[in-house]
Design a protein around this ligand. Sequence first.
Ligand code: BEZ
Length: 402
Amino acid sequence: MHKRNLLNLGITFALLSSTPFLGIQAQAQSQAQPQAQSSGAKLKIGFMLPATGTYAALGTAIDNGFRLYVAEQGGKIAGREIEYVRVDDESDPSKAADNVNKLIKRDNVDVIIGSVHSGVAMAMAKAAKESGTLLIVPNAGAVAVTGPMCAPNIFRSSFSNWQPGYAMGEVAAKKGHKRIVTITWKYAAGEETMKGFKDGFEKGGGAVIKDLTLPFPNVEFQALLTEIASLKPDAVFTFFAGAGAVKFVKDYAASGLKKSIPLYGSGFLTDGVLDAEGADADGILTTLHYADNLNFKRDQSFRLAYAKAYKLQPDVYAVQGYDAAQMLGIGLGATKGDPKNISDFAQALRKAKIDSPRGAFTLSSSHNPVQDIYLRRVVDKENVNEGVASKALADPGLGCKM
Ligand code: BEZ
């Protein structure tokens, strides 16, 4: 029987047999708004995530994953009850400094969790570094966050943009491709993913013959697709995510290019969006630190619990939110719940093996996950694992001094 069907059966059984997690969804919805002042002993967590725009669904999945882990711990982290404050950052870097400073200075949060967009995360890292507030980044891959902007109080539960790009560069070179065109949004996530790809691809003897870009979150791809057709590369490599990824995959297929020029991506191209992409995504190869059919027990129980709580299949964003909460638990466990004891918090995380649904990972000295990157193929609306493309891949962490 197909894996998805097996999982669905398991979920149905779980839904029928018990209901304790069904409360999470209602709880998540009721907590999705800023709340009243904290009551002393509660740990105040500031979520700065997109609730609107291209990346809105990604923000929701991170929030869901985080709350699932907290619910599994009985609603507490390191013995402390939680109070959430949530800001919609709209994936808009121009509003990010104001938004994060509201969380730090007005709401006096103990820890900040965010964000999805690299430009927003850089403003958050600057504010966290200046104020000393704990920051865990549950998605944004901006290399600078765990590079030049690294700090003892800044951690990432996700990836650096360089990591999935580099892994796919190696894969594409091994496939014998020589001339590749890249296409992405012109901001840190796109540019740094392309840099990673180029590093891996050129090392294997390939050449990037053209880098095509358009501003975030523009989705007018037509002129660029026409240019790809005239360049006739061996393949195309891309970074798009969220609603933009759906539009790109559909436009690529509609242009007829999919039949003649293979499309590769960093895994965000097809993660969390396969229902919307439908058959247009079939066969696309991507690289990422998660896949839909990892056979780890840890992943199976996570997927079941997530589906039971939210009646949705989890994706990489949900995993990263879940792991951000796990990391917070490990760090605060070592400080008896004190978020100001950065030194013990950091020491505990640097030594930790984080028991993630993606497979256990550790943190580099600059606090970025050192993790396996999987090669995945889209089959039947699933990102099916074809094996590890890069084992225990670490971001170089260039420029980090701490
Ligand atoms: C980023 O801006 O870093 C990003 C956004 C969506 C998916 C992956 C990375």
